[in-house]
Design a protein around this ligand. Sequence first.
Ligand SMILES: O=C(O)CCC(=O)C(=O)O
Length: 267
Amino acid sequence: MNDREKFLFDLNGFLVLENVLTCDEVTAANDAIAHHADLITNREPGLSQDAEKLKGGEGRGEFQQNPLTFEHPWCDPFRRMFTHPRVIDVFNEVLGPGFRLDHGPGLIRMHHGTEGHRLHGGMTFDPSQYHRFSHGQMQAGLCVAAWQLTHVHHGDGGFACIPGSHKANYRPAMEVLRLEQDWGCVHQVVAGAGSVVFFNEALVHGTLPWIPKDRERHSILFKFSPGYLSWGTPHLECPIADPTPEEEVLYQPPRRPGRTELQGSDA
Ligand SMILES: O=C(O)CCC(=O)C(=O)O
């Protein structure tokens, strides 16, 4: 992580790294999603909590199987994302060496008219998702690497947040979280296909309804915790049939880190 990336992640609670995947890698991932369309189920609508500006005709689509366990070659694009040097680099800095996959990867598929997700996160101290700065170092709980497989332009919808809210001291009104009042602080994040949006779950964030009619939103979310912490139910074992040593390290249950860590990269 360079100085600019550290500054922006600490300041805003999220960071967009563009062009991490090549066009071919984006195409391969979208092809793998299309090939497994039968494994995608729409959630029951409800994440919008009936907020007028977030409501939609259907719930978002999600994979019913972990894409890391697809047969080759369909798992390959997701396994490349899982242990990508940029992800390892960012989370070695933000979560510390020994960080682990907490849950995911999950797909968010949205069509025109898919409902949004009311803004959530932050606002009270939650020991599993937090941000602090101590000893010259950012420290965080649950954080996300959200791979963008579709271009997201200004006005398209999708991921939105209140920048800096991971360290805010006051709660925004519920009307702000439901987009019923505009306090000028909610920001829709623009990101190209092939980019990664890193964010801290302590950030106030959510999803705006997807507007484009010409393309589906595809985002793959991996959620990581510091090595000593679990937000979800810890994994008992790595579900990948032929895991690499790096994948096995990321699938370790919570423990005091120190012995099995992944090296970062300057990529
Ligand atoms: O990417 C999005 O639409 C938001 C996802 C989200 O709210 C979450 O993962 O907690």
